[in-house]
Design a protein around this ligand. Structure first.
Ligand code: FNR
Length: 365
């Protein structure tokens, strides 16, 4: 169908399921085990209701904000997703260009299909990007990767901490991985092709990573450090105490531990714990997983998130329509956000507060 017929994120998913090769669909769409957490991620937003306020001047809506001090036109960033070339020949560079069009920030994955230089090359002057890090068992390699990201101008280091071992994504495991164009040459020689794309690319990740290593990261980079994959209040407080600048409440899009809770459910207890140690304004909190509507973005912001990350919807838009698809998806989310903020009586991001959402049922499953 023509791009103009895409009206929401679900439409892109339906088209992607049709056009993607079955191996690519399996890798992108799969969650761990019985996919309980995968489904829960979006379902949890459905347990939060909105309380709109009336007779507030909403003629002008301003949804711009900052993330780690960098401007963003909406409290949304593109989260890191590996293997972009499984979906489209231009891979992650589609996301880079669309991020520029929309003035939002892309997180570059360690396991991108395009090389780091290709992705930085696709970025325009002054376009800010973050870097997602999988920590290598060989810390010399990790140090080189981090220094390269910083030298290239990346504005934040998102260390993925929820994947000491890769989750069982059975749809993906039933496939043989043989798409060499999807994989970076640097990782090409470590490939075990028999059990899906995820296993083929992930054997280098260090399961021995620990809190103490955060000090080492702080000694090798000046980039703000964000832990991606925090899943409880205790760990958010530890992240703060170890000097991180942010945490992403995330279960890796339901691809790691099945039965882990959604980021949005954890958010209120994380904010309460940060309040208790006086750190609400010192640690930025982001949420990802299951964000499909601007009302989801609104709910996260209302509960204290600085921004949300989005993964699959943009992969699906990219796979179906390339850069133009990603731009359209972001257009749709912005249109939805403008309407949501107008109908909620919140003309700017800082007008959005906890009192705009009803969370009585959030912890009831
Ligand atoms: C991911 N995600 C991910 N995260 C990460 O830190 N490093 C990575 O390489 C990847 N790769 C990856 C591939 C694919 C196909 C998916 C779907 C996800 C997780 C991602 O950053 C994010 O946490 C989730 O995608 C958010 O959930 P939604 O928006 O996909 O529901």
């Amino acid at each position: 169908p023509p791009l103009s017929q895409m009206l929401n994120m679900w439409d892109f998913e339906a088209v992607a399921k049709q056009v993607l090769k079955k191996e690519a669909w399996a890798y992108y769409s799969s969650g761990a085990d019985d996919e309980i957490t995968l489904r829960e991620n979006h379902a949890a937003f459905g347990r939060i209701w909105l309380k709109p306020r009336i007779l507030i001047d909403v003629a002008k809506i301003d949804m711009s904000t900052t993330i780690l001090g960098q401007k963003s036109s909406i409290p949304l960033y593109i989260s890191a997703t590996a293997l972009g070339r499984l979906g489209h020949p231009d891979g992650e560079c589609n996301l880079t260009r669309a991020a520029h069009t929309h003035d939002i920030i892309q997180m570059i994955p360690t396991l991108a299909s395009c090389t780091f230089d290709e992705i930085r090359g696709a970025a325009r002057n002054g376009q800010h990007q973050f870097f997602q890090l999988y920590v290598n068992k060989d810390r010399k390699i990790t140090e080189a990767v981090v220094r390269k990201a910083e030298a290239a101008g990346c504005k934040g280091l998102f260390i993925t901490v929820d994947a000491p071992q890769l989750g069982r994504r059975e749809k993906d495991m039933r496939m043989k991985f043989d798409d060499d164009s999807a994989i970076q040459k640097e990782t090409g020689d470590r490939v075990d092709r028999n059990q899906g794309a995820a296993r083929a690319i992930s054997s280098f990740i260090d399961p021995a990573l620990k809190w103490d290593d955060i000090k080492w990261f702080k000694s090798i980079t000046k980039m703000p450090i964000v832990l991606k994959g925090v899943q409880c209040a205790e760990d958010a407080v530890l992240a703060y105490q170890y000097g991180c600048q942010g945490v992403v409440l995330s279960n890796h899009g339901g691809r790691q531990l099945d039965w882990s809770r959604s980021g949005i459910e954890i958010l209120p207890e994380v904010m309460a714990a940060l309040d208790a140690v006086g750190a609400r304004d010192k640690l930025e909190v982001y949420v990802d997983g299951g964000v499909r509507r601007a009302t989801d973005i609104f709910k996260a912001v209302a509960l204290g998130a600085k921004a949300v990350g989005i993964g699959r919807p943009l992969l699906y838009a990219m796979s179906s329509y390339g850069q133009a698809g990603v731009e359209r998806a972001l257009d749709l989310l912005k249109d939805e956000m403008e309407m949501t903020m107008r109908l909620m009586g919140t003309p700017t991001i800082k007008d959005i507060t906890r009192s705009h959402v009803i969370t009585d049922n959030l912890n009831k499953h």
